[in-house]
Design a protein around this ligand. Structure first.
Ligand SMILES: NC(=O)c1ccc[n+]([C@@H]2O[C@H](COP(=O)([O-])OP(=O)(O)OC[C@H]3O[C@@H](n4cnc5c(N)ncnc54)[C@H](O)[C@@H]3O)[C@@H](O)[C@H]2O)c1
Length: 351
């Protein structure tokens, strides 16, 4: 097992390659009540729990984004109230990023904050959502608009969960791994060279190394910059265009698929502006395409995406601000990029 330390509003560890059931049972030993929050679809993956010292409650929520709602939140608060949850009790979140975001927000708000453990079961959850302390529910006005910073006391990455994940969700999560290679760890890109999804999924050691490296980068970034200065903003490489695509396509594509299109867009843009070499542009495209991630897609008109990018929360004032590369492995900021170059980059990915 690898232990990766995170230092934010609290110190905690990400355990990579741990057994989630053993860790959960251990965590129960010092608590009176433990609430496991899991989606209805994931419930069948739960084995019978061994008897623990704590009184165990299993709370089922709707799967995916449907569970991240204020309606579900209200239900959960009522369940915790009825079960008599106190400050010293514990929440355990088991599921993809949607479930860990939701359960983390429940933990942040119940009695102004109780302890929680994240057990992410998707690649996206393991390398991104469960690390860094951002918790959220969706508002009728948009995704993740209601949230809090509330770090878990532990994150348990049991890679066995990934066995039942669909290829599509597995690969979507890998977009964040590729992004991390591009912004901070070239070795990740070397490890991914010529890898297909099938060959990757067959190689547990490689998956573990990729996840460990990606988590290490995110852990370091959030430890140095918990509440989003430029260091944390750098994690948004490819995301400004990606978020606009995700929203315009009404969440038809996975987040990671939109990030892949966003990474391609920003790579083309830098290449057009003369700040990214042809070989580094090709490295972006080859790595993403090798995994079966989209680098182009029939997209809505440029004007719509551009307008959405301008309201993305990473823009400042009316000026668009993008994260770009200063060579592979290092990031910088690009403010107010040339509109013509942006349009040209859009033409490359909108097909
Ligand atoms: N807090 C953050 O910093 C942060 C960062 C990135 C993403 N997010 C959030 O994460 C969410 C996306 O996460 P996601 O991609 O994990 O999606 P998800 O949580 O919606 O899960 C995707 C699907 O995979 C299924 N699934 C989960 N684990 C499985 C397993 N082991 N086997 C089979 N099926 C499984 C789920 O039931 C679901 O249907 C979004 O809500 C996003 O806003 C948060």
């Amino acid at each position: 097992m690898n232990r990766i330390a995170v230092s934010s509003e609290r110190e905690y560890e990400v355990l990579v390659g741990a057994n989630w059931l053993t860790e959960t049972v251990n965590a129960c030993s010092s608590r009176e009540r433990v609430a496991v929050i899991i989606s209805k679809e994931m419930r069948s993956h739960l084995p019978e729990f061994p008897s623990t010292e704590a009184e165990l409650f299993i709370f089922e929520i709707p799967d995916g984004e449907a569970g991240k709602s204020s309606k579900t939140l209200n239900t959960l608060w009522n369940w915790l109230g009825a079960a008599g949850f106190t400050r010293s009790d514990l929440i355990v979140a088991i599921g993809g990023g949607a479930t860990t975001d939701f359960a983390g927000f429940v933990a942040a708000t119940w009695l102004r904050g109780i302890d929680w453990i994240a057990i992410p079961t998707t690649v996206a959850g393991m390398v991104d959502a469960a690390i860094g302390g951002k918790t959220a529910v969706n508002s009728e006005y948009g995704k993740n608009l209601i949230g809090a910073f509330h770090s878990p006391i532990q994150v348990v990455l049991d890679l066995q969960w990934l066995k039942s994940l669909s290829d599509r969700d597995f690969v979507a999560g890998m977009a964040e791994v590729v992004k991390t290679g591009l912004i901070a760890d070239r070795k990740i890109l070397d490890l991914l060279a010529d890898k297909s999804v099938a060959s990757l999924r067959d190689d547990d050691g490689l998956v573990r190394e990729l996840i460990t490296r990606t988590v290490a980068v995110k852990a370091e970034v959030v430890s140095n910059d918990f509440k989003e200065g430029f260091a944390r903003e750098a994690l948004n490489y490819g995301h400004t265009f990606g978020h606009a695509v995700e929203k315009e396509l009404d969440f038809k594509l996975r987040h990671g698929e939109c990030v892949a299109i966003g990474l391609s867009f920003v790579a083309y843009l830098q290449n057009i502006l003369g700040t990214l070499s042809d070989s580094d542009l090709n490295l972006h495209l080859r790595t993403l395409e090798g995994l079966g991630l989209p680098t182009s897609y029939p997209l809505p008109p440029w004007e719509k995406l551009n307008a959405l990018m301008l309201v993305d929360k990473k823009s400042r004032g009316k000026k668009l601000r993008l994260v770009t590369l200063d060579g592979i492995g290092k990031t910088k900021r690009l403010e107010d990029p040339d509109p013509q170059a942006m349009n040209q980059a859009y033409e490359k990915v909108a097909k």
